[in-house]
Design a protein around this ligand. Sequence first.
Ligand code: G6P
Length: 482
Amino acid sequence: MASPLASTGGAEVLVASNRGPVSYEVRAADPAGALHVKRGGGGLVSGLSAIGPDANAVWVCAALGDGDREAVRRAAGGRLPAADTGGQQVRMLDIDADVFSDAYNGVANSVLWFVHHMLYQTPLEPVFDAEFRRRWASYQAYNRAFAEALAEEAGEGAVVVVQDYHLALAPRMLRRLRPDLRIGHFSHTPWAPPDYFRLLPDDIAAELLSGILGADHAAFLTRRWADAFVDCCHAVLGPGIPSSSDTRIGVHGLGADADFLRKRAHEPDVDERMRALREEIGGADRRTIVRVDRTELSKNIVRGLLAYRQLLDDHPEWRERVVHVAFAYPSRQDLAVYRDYTAEVQRVADEINSAYGTAGWTPVVLHVKDDFARSLAAYRLADVALVNPIRDGMNLVAKEIPVVSDEGCALVLSREAGAYEELGEDAVVVNPYDIGGTAEALARALAMPAGERAERCKRLAAAATALPPAAWFLEQLGALGG
Ligand code: G6P
């Protein structure tokens, strides 16, 4: 066991995640090599702001691309300039690019993500061979880099909240370096059931579980994923684990940020995009079925399109009277399987448009360029929200659309999304693999009387905002006595 380190930093609260709150781009056209900084949103960013500027908090994250790496090289000790981060203390780690790529693409996104979302086509994959073992060593090195940086930055007895599947090994590594710390781990993904989790080689399955059990508190988005984690511990580590370990299991269901969303959704750029979208939809009385996703394999966009086509076949009365507004934004394009999936989404949408479209009606309006203001415009216009993932940790879109929609929307929701636990009662629930069932759910949602739709939507919005990001983050800290 490594010998415990004395604290050299003074942070009282630390967050660790792969993707940080800022990213940098090198502007090729700029002769001075200026870096362009972009600040991200999301639950952690607004959560951290809840602890106030006086709290001594440090966010440790990885450099993801060349711009980030350059920014780290220019920054003293990897601490990014406060002007770039809005005053937040951010330490970005310049992990060797090949090690990073093996850990992020080769293990986290190609293996752990696939296991937890059950995405493998098992006759041919996964294959755990020598190449995988090489990548696994990178995943270990990447986790070690985080553990060492956290150990350096943390003050005596500090609270550290480690986020997600990229960093499953870091809690135990950190515990060894700094037994004084209070460590939490939070999983933003689903957790696989034991039979599926055990596709992983036994030693690696055990290392992942033990890595998380190095934390004092292991937390999940829903009870279902927490239970699956405990079941995996029983199956892989033995029936007494985790109850005989010191790790407590928690559930914190991240909700939507109503104040931010409602305000942002009424700014002029959103109004402008609503006008443009209305034009694309055409016909003042046309209904909309809206979906907004990263083009992510687990989001089930293709089956959503197939269900919409089935709706047009089974209920021809909806032809010309409905438009499927589908936003599928680029994600993880370094992985070939994501590029292929993106092409398939485009192909099926085109096919529907050429088979069913008429001079005045485009059945599917597909956009693939990320535009947050346009997403909010679609949220406001939604009559029906379609959220049909194969499997999803939570799915915040299911929570956001009911909060923002102008007239109140009906929600067609997969029972495999974490959000189902909180929203299932007022949604029209689907099995995401069942095209016919999803088509019928869409028909039911479209035909839902306006009064019922508005009532349900009000209850959906209330449930969706029960634990906004700031409160969610404070709960993680509270569970560690922070
Ligand atoms: C989604 C998941 C998170 C994950 C993130 C990573 O938001 O819910 O669990 O951390 O994707 O996405 P990235 O684009 O950084 O690979």
